[in-house]
Design a protein. Structure first.
Lengths: 708, 91
């Protein structure tokens, strides 16, 4: 990767963060909780993106961000009101800005028609307020220049420097003070100091150890740049400092004419047209972003006062570490086994040392997992856009409420959740919510609400998408399923079974294909995606009240708490989350159906007994039930089965190794792990076993029906 | 209106102390006497700005009066003006 690529990649990562800040800010403005500071933060986000984009010659991005920023500036200087129509355009612009970044990232050309359309929309807003676009940058626009100290023509001895200075907390800690630095600058010549104190919070939230102030100083001096540098020499590593110079115009009333902005814009155009030059500027620009970001973290709405420094690490490295810790856990299990074989388990020293290692390995594992954990906010943020677009497409008024967006899940999960959630949200807007007329008739608020929530529930993550729409029209769902031959007419189905029909492949309740749904890519895809993440999807629906989709997901795809079981001469792992209880079968609770069907009477319910050794082909004939143990498992749709196993050894955390990557898909098996003795144990997929047991019973029942 | 005398040296440490005092007075009209200040650090100024913002958001009167010459100079050097440290409430 060349340096340029690296910087570009950094820029895109920054953009992602800025875009997030942008959309959060815009939403805060929507909800009227936003204050002037919110508008400022939105403005800063766009402004920073524009600045950095210029350094890379991304002209579409610069043009658009510039116009966008102009409107935001009108808002922040209160020349413009954030009316609903303005906000709609702002949201659209924010979405499009994100598209532009994506296009730039993939080196693609942006949608020019859309660009033009939105530019016009933004122009309209500016136009309404009768503001000329020429002077909007006054006092705000600043693009740093390089230190190009070519000798000045015309014999003027004066240099003009522009200094942007944002101190870190370290500057104060080391005993320095901006007052002294600014005072020294004043000694060099004529200065104009502009302070940016927009970040200073209310006293209640103020922290002496945080920094909230930054300065822009214009200095006209006959001293060379070296003198200016000298002043900042000792604080260079604890402040973001940009010193730029440009030629001094002849007039002395320089400040009044304010050519700073003009020079800045010219330079910027030049940059946009000349990427080679851009390289010289990028470090400066990125620095600016950094300081802005630092300021943002220390003062943002959810900002932690003690926001710590952070580093970016490639995911690959974290994965490698995770993998190595997996190996460590396996090695530790092996060590235990060796110690056991050597008969040393009764030595307290050995045991306590081993326990220490085990504890440590567990702690390391947890720490690495927390590195990989990311808040669901990253996914939830995107859903606002999906809702906006879906609402536009269907002409419905929809509000999205998000709850628990700081719930953390594994990074891989974050990426793979986007598609299923997008689909579910669109589904909720399109099918879940009624149109305005129907809602009015039913006495509901005209605006439909979709709630997206996340929470940790007993070691898993629960995500719910609920709407306050009409609920599932079960009669209609049933009819469609019958029409499409998905179920036999007249089949007895419970409400929840009808609801589950929505997840069948090929099910679409829309007779007409709309822009959003009805293309046959249905909830079955969502279910498959979620299941591939080790999760489950459920539906709950109440007529006229709404529908709720619940997704449960494991916290990580790397380890699993499992029950180690014996099947013939094989060891296998059963995920503990599925296990309800274990019992030794007694004849009083066993029932037999036909020749092979065995049922367990458990808590007033008859559940099928599955000899999984037979299922996996380890044994040909079922073993006598009294020789083993029954494990009652339940899936998320509350279907149960009793698995017959020879013995249960242990309950432990196992490191998941993908089988599909290394071998191939085995029905009934979700993955594998390596045990302490070096043997491979397969991890059973209880869901598939339950599903298969249902089929088995259906087949047996058919046999009974056929042969009497 | 309680008067609080600002200390001679209003640096980071003193700013923290004054802030603690002021937080107890939040919601009440207040007048700060800046006549004794001989050294006013940036963090001190920042704290006063935060206080002004707090009182402004609560809609309660806030005033820093009798700025010493040194304090006034520091304020100007930082690009501010002493009038920015006032909240007037119209009764």
């Amino acid at each position: 990767m060349s340096d340029m690529d690296e910087f570009l990649e950094m820029f895109f990562v920054e953009c992602d963060e800025l875009l997030e800040a942008l959309s959060t800010g815009l939403r805060a403005m929507d909800s009227a909780t936003g204050d002037v500071e919110t508008v400022h933060s939105v403005f800063r986000a766009v402004h920073s993106m524009k600045g950095a984009a210029a350094a890379f010659g991304l002209s579409d991005l610069v043009t658009f961000a510039h116009r966008f920023e102009t409107v935001l500036d009108e808002l922040r200087s209160e020349k413009l009101d954030a009316t609903q129509s303005v906000m709609v355009t702002l949201h659209r612009s924010s979405d499009f800005l994100s598209d532009l970044v994506t296009a730039a990232r993939q080196s693609e050309c942006a949608d020019q028609a859309r660009l033009k359309e939105l530019l016009n929309e933004l122009d309209d807003i500016i136009g309404h307020e009768d503001v000329s676009t020429e002077d909007e940058d006054e006092g705000i626009e600043f693009v740093p220049l390089t230190l190009d100290l070519t000798p000045l023509d015309g014999g003027t001895p004066l240099n003009t420097f522009q200094i942007i200075f944002s101190p870190d907390a370290e500057l104060y800690r080391s005993g320095n003070d901006p007052v002294a630095l600014l005072f020294s600058l004043q000694q060099l010549g004529e200065t104009e100091v502009t302070i940016d104190h927009a970040l200073v919070p209310l006293l209640r939230d103020w922290r002496a150890e945080e920094t909230y102030l930054s300065w822009k100083v214009t200095l006209i001096t006959d001293e060379p740049v070296g003198k200016v540098n000298e002043i900042f020499e000792f604080v260079a590593d604890c402040a973001a400092i940009e010193i730029s110079s440009f030629e001094q115009p002849i007039q002395n009333d320089f400040f009044e004419k304010n050519p700073v902005a003009t020079v800045g814009s010219q330079e910027q155009k030049e940059l946009a047209n000349n990427p080679q030059n851009a390289e010289e500027h990028k470090s400066v620009e990125l620095d600016e972003n950094k300081s802005e970001k630092a300021a943002k973290t220390s003062n943002g709405p959810g900002g932690n006062a003690n926001a710590a420094a952070s580093i970016r690490v490639s995911l690959e490295r974290v994965d490698k570490l995770m993998n190595m810790i997996g190996e460590l856990v396996i090695k530790e299990a092996m060590l235990y086994q060796v110690i056991e074989t050597a008969g040393l388990t009764n030595q307290p020293d050995v045991v306590s040392a081993l326990d220490g290692i085990r504890q440590l390995a567990g702690d390391i594992q947890e720490s690495v997992m927390s590195i990989r954990a990311q808040p669901l906010k990253l996914v939830f943020q995107r859903m606002h856009r999906i809702v906006r677009e879906a609402a536009d497409a269907t002409g419905k008024k929809v509000r999205l409420d998000t709850i628990g967006e700081n719930t953390e899940v594994d990074k891989t999960m974050i990426e793979r959740l986007i598609d299923p959630l997008t689909h579910m949200i669109r589904n909720s807007v399109d099918h879940g919510l009624e149109d305005a007329v129907t809602r009015q008739r039913r006495g509901k608020a005209l605006e439909g609400t979709i709630t997206l929530s996340a929470a940790h529930r007993s070691g898993r993550v629960l995500i719910e998408v609920s709407d306050d729409g009409g609920g599932i029209d079960r009669e209609r769902v049933r009819k469609i399923a019958e029409d499409r031959g998905l179920i036999a007419p007249g089949t007895q189905l419970s409400s929840s079974e009808i609801d589950s029909l929505l997840f069948l492949p090929g099910f679409s309740s829309k007779e007409q294909v709309s822009a959003l749904s009805g293309r046959g890519v249905g909830l079955d895809v969502v279910r498959r995606e979620i299941m591939s993440l080790g999760g489950r999807v459920m539906i709950q629906s109440t007529e006229n009240k709404g529908t709720k989709f619940s997704i449960t997901l494991p916290l990580t795809l790397a380890v699993l708490e499992g029950m180690l079981i014996q099947l013939g001469d094989q060891s296998m792992v059963l995920p503990i989350t599925a296990v309800q209880e274990t019992l030794r079968p007694s004849s009083s609770c066993l029932h037999y159906v036909g020749k092979t069907g065995k049922l367990l009477l458990n808590r007033g319910e008859l559940i099928p007994i599955v000899d999984i050794a037979c299922t996996f082909g380890i044994r040909d004939e079922p073993a006598p039930l009294e020789d083993g143990v029954l494990i009652v498992i339940e899936n998320d749709s509350h279907r149960r089965a009793a698995l017959f196993v020879d013995a249960i050894f242990d309950q432990r955390q196992v490191v998941i190794k993908s089988l599909e990557e290394n071998y191939g898909k085995i029905p009934g098996v979700s993955a594998a792990t390596i045990l302490g003795d070096g043997n491979i144990a397969l991890i059973i997929d209880p869901e598939e076993i339950i599903f298969a047991s249902g089929m088995e019973h259906a087949r047996n029942n058919l046999k009974i029906a056929a042969y009497g | 209106m309680p008067d609080i005398q600002l200390p001679e040296i209003l640096d980071q440490r003193a700013a923290q102390k004054v802030a603690t005092l002021l937080i107890e007075e939040i919601g009440k009209p207040i007048k700060l006497d800046a006549s004794a200040i001989t050294r006013l650090g940036t963090i001190g100024v920042e704290m006063l700005l935060a206080a002004q913002r707090q009182w402004q958001s609560d809609g309660v009167a806030f005033e820093v009066c009798d700025w010493s010459a040194n304090a006034e100079k520091a304020i100007a050097t930082l690009g501010l003006s002493t009038t920015q440290f006032q909240v007037e409430v119209q009764s």
